[in-house]
Design a protein around this ligand. Structure first.
Ligand code: 5AD
Ligand code: SF4
Length: 440
């Protein structure tokens, strides 16, 4: 199987896809009438890996499946359809999924009618499709992040023709409105405001797996939030890979700041947004955060590194000084704001003094939490081939030192609220003690 033409599974072929110049189409989802009952008496289960974008996509996959008559299963054993909605951000995430795919093979043996579907970010990479073809022949449907709306067609082919379906859309993506959705929560909701990313940070696979940056129209987002309000939702989290770039592609002089003002008018009690890029965080958005009671005073603002040399190699388009300046503005305009971040350690070129600069920045900003990672080289990204002379042991040491500092900040952040009465959104019974309610 060495001469498989992987390109034929990608629509368009990969050499075309890399041109990335197509116009973005806004389309509306419609389920063909003849597929409405295709899922009756079949049960599905979705395993979601990775970020909130995947969680939101899984709600759409569930929505499509239920619209076709499928029912949610409680366990894998009880399922006729298993969907892995995959993550490609780091090697560790991928390895977990490869392991799970191996484990699931036994269910194919006990239930010959079981369909196994691999969706999400992993199949957007040719190298993954190749491995799926060679090593996991029992996977029935392979699709990516741009073609969720085609799932009914793929199921038709798999159910009726008993065909293996492999189709990954490699064009930069469209906007599909009116997709059905089964929300996982009754009072807080994800709301996609944009898809894709045009930043191309040198370590990151996302611009390749999620396509070109493209914004939903403000009126479609506002309408969705109005509907959520009418159903009693208390909180929305606006989603995008770089929400601060919202609207740029629409060319209507309307950005995230303006959207926040308009969404506040819907009456939704709480608004959050993630993820932000420091370079695009503007004063209108910062002022909206400070002015609108509905916009929560928390911001996740990934800094990645405190060294200008490393930031440049990462293609982040800001310096440590610019980042600190934005933090100053945020603290000025948004009283009591809590700031969290993402940091990568062990990036190629990061030496001890660069790492010290990161620690210094963490102290200066006073982050109240953060996600920290050891750099994971991703095939196809520029940083994959950067020379890297730091040992894994040293990287682990840096990660531990950084985590210690981040945890200290987390504790300080929590202590700010000790003995204070504040309004919280109740999540439900506490995991540790069901007699107590937990909220945030
Ligand atoms: N290696 C390690 N961490 C990464 N991230 C993204 N790509 C990589 C990679 N190749 C981290 C960044 C980003 C977060 C979602 O994941 O910190 O902000
Ligand atoms: Fe990846 Fe950078 Fe885009 Fe974030 S902004 S998704 S880190 S390329």
């Amino acid at each position: 199987m060495n001469d498989i033409d992987i390109g034929k599974y990608f629509k368009p072929n990969l050499s075309e896809a890399r041109k990335r110049k197509g116009e973005i189409e806004h389309l509306s989802f419609k389920l063909p009438k003849d597929l409405v009952n295709l899922g009756i008496e079949k049960k599905y289960i979705i395993q979601t890996y990775g970020c909130q974008a995947n969680e939101a996509d899984s709600e759409i996959i569930a929505g499509i499946l239920e619209k076709m008559g499928h029912e949610k299963a409680e366990t894998v054993e009880d399922s006729d359809l298993i969907i892995l909605n995959t993550c490609a951000i780091r090697e560790k995430a991928e390895n977990r999924i490869w392991g799970e795919l191996g484990r699931l093979s036994k269910y194919k043996k006990t239930n010959p009618n079981l369909l196994l579907i691999v969706a999400g970010c992993m199949p957007q990479q040719p190298i993954v499709v190749e491995k799926l073809l060679k090593t996991y022949p029992y996977v029935d449907i392979v699709m990516g992040t741009h073609n969720l709306y085609k799932l009914p067609d793929y199921l038709r082919q798999a159910y009726y023709n008993k065909e293996r379906v492999i189709e990954v859309y490699s064009k930069e993506g469209e906007i599909i409105e009116h997709l059905p959705q089964v929300r996982n929560h009754q009072f807080k909701a994800w709301v996609n405001i944009m898809y894709g990313c045009d930043e191309f940070c040198t370590y990151c696979i996302v611009p390749y797996t999620r396509g070109k940056e493209r914004s939903r129209l403000p009126e479609d987002i506002i309408q969705e939030v109005k509907e959520l309000v009418s159903k009693g939702y208390q909180e929305v989290t606006l989603l995008g890979q770089n929400v601060n770039a919202y609207g740029k592609d629409l060319k209507i002089d309307y950005g995230l700041g303006e959207l926040l003002y308009d969404l506040d008018k819907t009456g939704i009690p709480r608004i959050r947004y993630t993820t932000s890029h420091p370079k695009d965080l503007d004063l209108t958005t910062i002022k909206a955060m400070g002015t609108l009671k509905s916009v929560m005073s928390h911001l996740h603002l990934p800094v990645q590194s405190g060294s200008n040399k490393v930031l440049k190699k990462m293609n982040r388009h800001y310096t440590k000084e610019v980042y600190i300046e934005k933090i100053k503005l945020l603290k000025e305009h948004v009283p009591g704001i809590s700031i969290t971040t993402d940091i990568i350690v062990g990036f190629p070129f990061e030496d001890e003094s660069d790492f010290e600069m990161t620690l210094d920045l963490v102290e200066k900003v006073g982050f109240e939490g953060g996600f920290t990672f050891i750099f994971s080289p991703r095939t196809g990204t520029p940083a994959f081939s950067f020379e890297d002379s730091t040992s894994q042991e040293e990287k682990k040491r840096r990660l531990l030192a950084l985590n210690e500092l981040i945890n200290k900040g987390f504790k300080t952040g929590n202590l700010r609220f000790l003995n204070q009465e504040v309004e919280v959104l109740v999540d439900g019974p506490s995991k540790g003690n069901p007699d107590v309610l937990s909220g945030y």
